[in-house]
Write a protein of this length. Structure first.
Length: 275
């Protein structure tokens, strides 16, 4: 009896999806051309150091031989702390204000004119005022993050409430639900997709505002402070290393943290958060 090997199914290794391959190839080509141009003198190696030198400087900065030791890790940690503190505050207060505007007459009368007047003001315009109030301190950068994230959260919470029909409230009332029960079991699940969208947009705005604020108001460490400090010494490798780190961290926050939150929302509540 002979065994026909052609009949045995071959196990194929899973191939990475094209949506992962294309960005890697594009970035690889970009960095490759940049490396060649810097090495051959086609562009200034001082103003545009080769990517290999930038990655090497980042590697040294992340270790004990950096100046200061583990400097880039401290910068990342402090920036994330400021972002988390500001966004967390915006999530709590923004949700409360959004619920007040969407559910109560006094909330619309008190908060809506204020929000409408403050929303067009660029977030960084508040930095000089905050510097005078708090000084060069974490409170200044955290407040900038809070302002940048809160408007998107408030706006989306109000939009979510406005999209809910009155029949939902009638059904809850007919079943004997109290106002607190209606808020917990009807309103909050109903606005959850909009809240996640507001959080996603708010984190994006807050991350960019944080980096800019750190250049002006951070006393030590932080990715924005790192770039500003490197500019003082014309350390182009650290400047590009900071820019690269900001880009990677922004993608990880948006695709990793917020993406996981969106997925968990879909699995638990069965709602679609793609807006």
């Amino acid at each position: 009896m002979t065994l026909d090997t052609a009949e045995i199914p071959r196990r194929r290794l899973p191939l990475p999806p094209m949506k992962l391959i294309r960005p890697v190839v594009s970035l690889g080509v970009l960095f490759g051309l940049w490396e060649i141009a810097a090495r051959t003198g086609a562009i200034s190696a001082f103003l545009f150091p080769p990517p290999s030198a930038i990655f090497a400087a980042l590697w040294i900065s992340a270790g004990p031989n950096g100046d200061p030791p583990y400097g880039i890790l401290l910068d990342i940690a402090l920036s994330l702390y400021r972002l988390l503190a500001g966004v967390g505050l915006a999530l709590v207060l923004g949700t409360i204000i959004g619920l007040a505007i969407g559910l109560t007459g006094w909330g619309r009368a008190v908060f809506k004119p204020i929000i409408s007047a403050l929303m067009p003001i660029p977030t960084l315009a508040w930095t000089p005022v905050l510097l005078l109030v708090f000084g060069i301190d974490n409170r200044t950068t955290i407040t900038v993050v809070f302002i940048a994230a809160s408007f998107e959260i408030i706006y989306n919470v109000v939009t979510g409430i406005e999209m809910m029909t009155r029949k939902v409230y009638w059904v809850a009332a007919s079943m004997g639900a109290s106002r607190l029960q209606t808020l917990r079991y009807v309103v909050l699940p109903g606005i959850l997709p909009y809240l996640i969208t507001g959080l996603k947009l708010g984190v994006g705005y807050a991350w960019r505002a944080l980096i800019a604020a750190e250049m002006l108001a951070a006393s030590s460490h932080g990715l924005g402070f790192m770039i500003y400090d490197a500019q003082e010494y014309m350390d182009m490798k650290s400047i590009y290393g900071g820019i690269l780190t900001i880009s990677v961290m922004g993608l990880l926050i948006e695709r990793g943290v917020i993406g996981a939150l969106e997925k968990r929302t879909i699995e638990k509540w069965g709602v679609n958060v793609e807006r």
